[in-house]
Ligand binder design. Sequence first.
Ligand SMILES: [Zn+2]
Length: 404
Amino acid sequence: MALIIGALVQIAPVAAQDSSFGALARVDMVQTRLDDTRDGLRLGLGLTQGVPFRVFTLDGPPRLVLDFREVDWRGADAGMIDWAERARAVRMGAFRPGWSRMVVDLAGPYAVESANATTDHETGGVLIEVELTEIDAEAFAARAGAPPLPGWEDVQGGLPAVKRARQAGEERLLVVLDPGHGGIDPGAEREGHNEKNLMLRFARELREVLLRAGGFDVALTRENDEFVSLERRVAIAQQLGADVFISLHADALSEGRAHGATVYTLADSASDEASAALAERHNRAGILAGVDLTKADDIVAGVLIDLARQETGPRADRLARAIRLGIEEQGLPLHSRPLREAGFSVLKSADIPSVLVELGFLSSQKDRDNLLDDAWRARMANGIRDALIAWRMADAAAARLVRQ
Ligand SMILES: [Zn+2]
């Protein structure tokens, strides 16, 4: 019987004569493909130079994950790589600064049997070969998990959350803007545009507008095209002691002709089916990106929602209404039901009023044109700025009422 290993970490050697040393490794598509074998799968991945990497599997659902020192994926097409029936989908892209990831959705419990890297001493190129064989689901689950990788520090751990007093309308407001998706998770994609890039651009523009207005400090959950887990987005807001958290999105719908902006707040049951589907899709972003969600505790999440709703819920509702009004006053299109609720994981900070704004739908031609229009985005940013100014006063007034 073949030796089955759960994971492997390796530093692929860099050839001494490699003239491209220092540049990013690129994918060699000639050597890169995923095929079925007699009792599993084989992945061959060609890179133009050696990089540290690790290979492991995750359960719930079964996935194969490869992490690398940053790889340039340009020209690498998932459709040209995946020839295996036992692989449902392949994704690759940036994962965090300096690191790249490839995720293969497996059709069943296929474990890593061997993983090797061989260097071509003529070209300096490296071929990574991973063999997977079928094992029973229980054994697969037991082996799943990421091994430590040198240089891969966990940004999430360590920093304690800052507990700040509820804002009273006088101090500077710390706004955390959360551009949706990023890196390996592009979000919605239509006509050559993707949600992750559009939202990063809008978040930067909105930051400028808020800083110019004065009275605001602004932080972004990501500054670049990198993957940030939902947990980390929430952790960033908590570590900074944010007064307000605004997640920015522009998703696509497969059905209907919905258009216009929608503002979401947190609830454990969604206000309608479309909202439930949207939240579900977003909450699964970690699965797409190869994050281990098997340790997530649903009971704890439920308790957190209850706690969050008690004091923070009404404050978040007030923020959602203010943003709706701000958008309306700019004369910008709103969805036919612009205030909705759903169980978005990214809104689960217990004490930070959090909303998720769908600026429009990438599936709507009109919304897409708007999102690409500088003047439209400037008005949207002004609308949100006005909403935050109005909310700051209303929220402080409500706090004074509670205290009396
Ligand atoms: Zn989104």
